[in-house]
Design a protein around this ligand. Structure first.
Ligand code: AMP
Ligand code: GLY
Length: 423
């Protein structure tokens, strides 16, 4: 089989790694890819939003399966473009990717189908939002409706902050048209867990759990980022919690999408908060998490191609999804200054240390090849992942491996997986 992966981050590198292990696959392409992915795949210089060019490439190269890793192309309808041309593609159609593309849509869906989530109101103008806030309880959470690189969520401690937030999102349009509509929701407290799942339109099979670390600095301080590190499984995601979520959240979400005439095929990523009143949905994503994929996929025992094809063909019920009985930790090596301002183009050394080391992975997020040298090309540069018999061992291994890599402005958190000690 020939496979095309769309995207260029650590998540797509982890997907490419899984795809490369499938005995069914002869050749992998990635558009646009990065320096690390190019060791497993032929990178083609087509952007993830260039749907027609991508479809033309897939048709010309007789690609058997295209896997879309990123949210923007999915929400923009890349799957519809491929399907119209008779090309086989893994991911939700545009009318289903709205589950991630519009927070107002997903909140209304959860309300209609009684799926546990924070209480909320949607607003399409600033005047109503501001007058609602006058009598609201604080802290409160403001969310831009559309995609905003994970940055469109503001937690406001008082009325002043919330008013400034409405100004930013709805009037100044800090997140562009993503802020035409806004969700205002109740502030919840609890531990966060990410649960990714495969879905074939009617059946859902969840993967092993994970936890991300969204803030830039140790102790969950600093700005929100795309994610500074992950561990899997989450020791706080117990069997009882899983049973509750299967019954009240996972299958009901899939059934709701089907009932709305928007059958979902692909990955649903459930961002959950384990509150005192039980697990509640923080958000849905329509794709693998980044860097959740980097700790979940290396632990998956199945052939990823078989699972994805079963999703496309509506045969996921025939798959016995299995994960290794171990743990993995991913520490992101970022450029100092991320997520605000940072230098790029800095040479990276030490990749050879990963050669032949089973259970250690150096996933590239923001790198490129320049005159034969791999250099930094983004805020998140590498995802250093290691497995271990348990979480503590995996964390020790991952932090050891972070020392194998050097670049001048290397920055990382030193407390990824600290919560493991409280379990
Ligand atoms: P989201 O993009 O919706 O996952 O939000 C980003 C982050 O904001 C989440 O990972 C949470 O840490 C936080 N957050 C979102 N919604 C709430 C909420 N209702 N209560 C408390 N924290 C929230
Ligand atoms: N790690 C969070 C995300 O992928 O949205």
């Amino acid at each position: 089989m020939k496979v095309l992966i769309v995207g260029s981050g650590g998540r797509e590198h982890a997907i490419a790694y899984s795809v490369s292990k499938s005995p069914k696959v002869e050749k992998i392409y990635c558009a646009p890819g990065n320096a690390g992915i190019s060791e497993l795949a032929e990178c083609v210089p087509i952007g993830a939003m260039e749907f027609d060019k991508l479809a033309q490439f897939a048709a010309e190269q007789k690609i058997d399966l295209t896997i879309v890793g990123m949210d923007d192309p999915l929400v923009g309808g890349i799957v519809d473009v491929f399907e119209e041309k008779g090309l086989r593609v893994f991911g939700p159609a545009k009318n289903a990717a709205i589950l991630e593309g519009s927070k107002a849509f997903s909140k209304d869906l959860m309300k209609k189908y009684h799926i546990p989530t924070a209480a909320y109101e949607n607003f399409d103008n600033a005047k109503d939002a501001l007058s609602y806030l006058e009598t609201a309880k604080f802290p409160i959470v403001l969310k831009a409706d559309g995609l905003a690189l994970g940055k469109g969520v503001l937690i406001c401690n008082d009325l002043e902050e919330a008013k400034a937030g409405v100004q930013e999102i709805m009037l100044d349009k800090k997140f562009g048209s993503a802020g035409n509509t806004m969700v205002i929701e109740e502030f919840m407290t609890g531990r966060e867990v990410s649960v990714l799942s495969y879905v074939d339109g009617k059946t859902i099979k969840t993967m092993t759990s994970a936890q991300d670390h969204k803030r830039a600095m140790d102790g969950d301080k600093g700005l929100n980022t795309g994610g500074m590190g992950t561990f899997s499984p989450s020791p706080f995601y117990t069997k009882e919690i899983d049973e509750y979520c299967q019954k009240h959240i996972y299958q009901p979400t899939v059934d709701a999408m089907r009932a709305e005439g928007r059958p979902f095929k692909g990955i649903i990523f459930f961002g959950l908060m384990l509150t005192e009143d039980g697990p509640k949905v923080l958000e849905y994503n329509a794709r693998f998490g980044d860097p959740e994929a980097q700790v979940v996929l290396p632990r998956m025992k199945n052939d990823i191609i078989e699972v994805m094809e079963a999703c496309i063909d509506g045969k996921l019920d025939e798959i016995d999804l299995q994960f290794e009985d171990n743990a993995a930790v991913c520490v992101v090596l970022a450029s100092e200054g991320y997520p605000v301002k940072y230098e790029k183009g800095i040479p990276i050394t030490g990749f050879e240390n990963f050669k032949g080391k089973d259970g250690y992975y150096c996933f590239h997020a923001g790198t490129k090849l320049e005159n034969g040298q791999i250099v930094t090309n983004g805020g998140r540069v590498l995802g250093i992942t290691a497995k271990g018999a348990n979480l503590k061992e995996a964390r020790k291994n991952a932090y050891e491996a972070t020392e194998w890599i050097s670049f001048a402005n290397k920055y990382m958190r030193h407390d990824i997986g600290k919560a493991i000690d409280e379990a």
